[in-house]
Design a binder for this molecule. Structure first.
Ligand SMILES: Cc1cc2nc3c(=O)[nH]c(=O)nc-3n(C[C@H](O)[C@H](O)[C@H](O)COP(=O)(O)O)c2cc1C
Length: 170
């Protein structure tokens, strides 16, 4: 698949097979996350990788019972680390850290699609509970949870806005 096919074919996947992700594929996912652009190349984010069944169960609960999360082989939690960017950019660094984390998570979703894997962005979660489950230090903020596994569904394409509505020429 070329890049545009990957973008076209990616869907949010909420049903997963019990099949494990091969280590080689997992490494590719994580390398892709590491290649994402970041403000000043400071990479003001951290990735927590969860495979532990008990922790996955707790993550489901902390994500308002989105139970499909635990069916994914791997759950990645992208956390902003503002202290890395605030050293250089002051207050603006907080904003950059959120963007650094989200861009990397988006890269991972595309890499997953390219590798024949499925993923979904989880934004609805209790930040405090997630922080407790993965024992985050106070300077880190969970931004996105990305469960990844082999897809057990093939959802149809969701509609998007018309370009002339989305894009305003100024
Ligand atoms: C910021 C953000 C938060 C989201 N939160 C959730 C979520 O908590 N649970 C969920 O099932 N999907 C969540 N999604 C996935 C969206 O529902 C999905 O991307 C959208 O419906 C478009 O479908 P598609 O990804 O298949 O194109 C979220 C996506 C984004 C970008």
């Amino acid at each position: 698949m070329d890049f545009f096919e990957v973008v076209e074919k990616r869907r949010s996947i909420r049903k997963f097979l019990s099949k494990k992700i091969e280590e080689e594929k997992l490494l590719k996912l994580l390398n892709t996350a590491n290649l994402a652009p970041s403000a000043g190349n400071l990479q003001a984010f951290e990735i927590f990788l969860v495979r532990d069944e008990k922790k996955k169960q707790m993550i489901c609960k902390a994500s308002y019972n989105q139970d499909f999360i635990k069916e994914a082989d791997v759950v990645l939690i992208f956390c902003a680390n503002p202290s890395r960017s605030m050293k250089w950019y002051g207050e603006r660094g907080e904003f950059y850290a959120l963007q650094d984390a989200t861009i990397s998570a988006a890269y991972v979703q595309l890499a997953a699609a390219a590798l024949g894997l499925g993923s979904v962005w989880i934004g609805a979660f209790d930040e405090k509970k997630i922080s407790e489950i993965i024992e985050l230090s106070d300077n880190l903020r969970p931004v996105a949870i990305i469960p990844i596994g082999y897809p057990a569904e093939a959802p149809t394409k969701k509609p998007r806005r018309k370009l002339n509505d989305l894009v305003k020429q100024v």
